[in-house]
Design a protein around this ligand. Structure first.
Ligand code: NI
Length: 137
């Protein structure tokens, strides 16, 4: 962990009040930790925009009874092996499956994979969680 450095921030009172209310609701113990998370979130956004190495997860919800759906999802994943590091399949109930696909690599490839999977007919919900390898944040 790098050395801690202190500095002052000037904010309008009403903005600070809103910030304190927000971080209280999110259970932050202090402003510093909340600021660190906000800064890291912006750094991660930059990593995704600039094409550095990223990590993240794609979450899909689908009905496995839909014809050909599982085959299509599997084919797509085989075509994106470079960016997929792990896939977990959970049988939620009789009909619904939850699939979590961990990704690491180029952000454009991860985004393309997520878009392609979400667009498959029968996928009820799909979301890409953009995170970081943790090396540069
Ligand atoms: Ni299942």
């Amino acid at each position: 962990m790098s050395e801690l450095f202190r500095f002052g921030i000037s904010l309008p009172k009403d903005l600070l009040d809103k910030f304190d209310k927000l971080i209280g609701e999110k259970n932050y113990s202090n402003r510093s930790e909340a600021f660190r998370d906000l800064i890291r979130q912006e750094l991660i956004k930059k990593e995704w925009q600039e094409g550095g190495e990223i990590a993240g997860a794609i979450t899909l919800i689908y009905d496995h009874h839909k014809r050909e759906l599982i085959n299509k999802l599997t084919d797509i994943q085989h075509n994106h092996q470079k960016v997929i590091i792990s896939t977990q399949h959970i049988h939620l109930d009789h009909d619904n499956c939850l699939e979590i696909i961990a990704v690491k690599g180029h952000p454009k490839e991860a985004q393309k994979l997520a878009d392609t999977l979400k667009a498959v007919k029968g996928v009820k919900h799909g979301v890409l969680n953009m995170s970081s390898t943790g090396k540069d944040i």
